[in-house]
Design a protein around this ligand. Sequence first.
Ligand SMILES: C[S@@+](CC[C@H](N)C(=O)[O-])C[C@H]1O[C@@H](n2cnc3c(N)ncnc32)[C@H](O)[C@@H]1O
Length: 210
Amino acid sequence: MSRDWAASARMAEQYNGTDVVDDAARTIAQDYRRRPLPPTSSATLTFLTGLLNPSAAIEVGTGTGTATLALLRGMPRSGILTSIDTDAEAQAVARELIVHANLAGHRVRMMTGRPDEVLSRLAQGTYDLVHIDAEAGQAPRLVPLALERLEPGGVLVLDQAMLGGSVADPAVRSPQVREIRQLLNDLQGRSDLTRLLLPIDDGMLVLRRL
Ligand SMILES: C[S@@+](CC[C@H](N)C(=O)[O-])C[C@H]1O[C@@H](n2cnc3c(N)ncnc32)[C@H](O)[C@@H]1O
């Protein structure tokens, strides 16, 4: 990363800002050894959900709730967020955070289990938005399942889409990085999607189902 790029990223982070609840969420995530969604990605998510107004959304990778907070802050108060993680204890912490942030707890339906298995059980073609922030190597399996859940016009947001800088670095040839490159190439060839790859934090890919 060039010095200018790093300085710009820092400035954007400060400009977009965080608040006490967001800061607390990041501290809690560290206590539970989770990687919370970084601040600029959180701000982008809140902005996007505010624009899209989703009534039914899915989150893959609840963790301790940093991204849950960002999603709920942009969603309408009538919107329901289905949040998936393998770790029920982390999800309980996320639920406490939501209540603490005065975001009604009933707006979140926590589902515990392997994200691919849980996603497969959710209705196809009925969700407005899916956000994926799971373990880094899971994206190639999760993205096709998530796209099937979207209604026409629905949006998928994939975090860690460039795994820091490694996907863009031709010297990195690990199986995980090659799989992500293949996924990005495959998605680029699809005429039923529009796409936007943003170099924010670990990379954010936004897809819209036509
Ligand atoms: C990067 S963290 C999510 C952070 C969260 N979005 C936040 O902002 O705090 C990834 C999450 O994926 C969950 N996970 C564990 N095993 C998984 C698996 N096999 N597939 C996908 N996700 C898994 C972990 O429990 C962890 O909470």
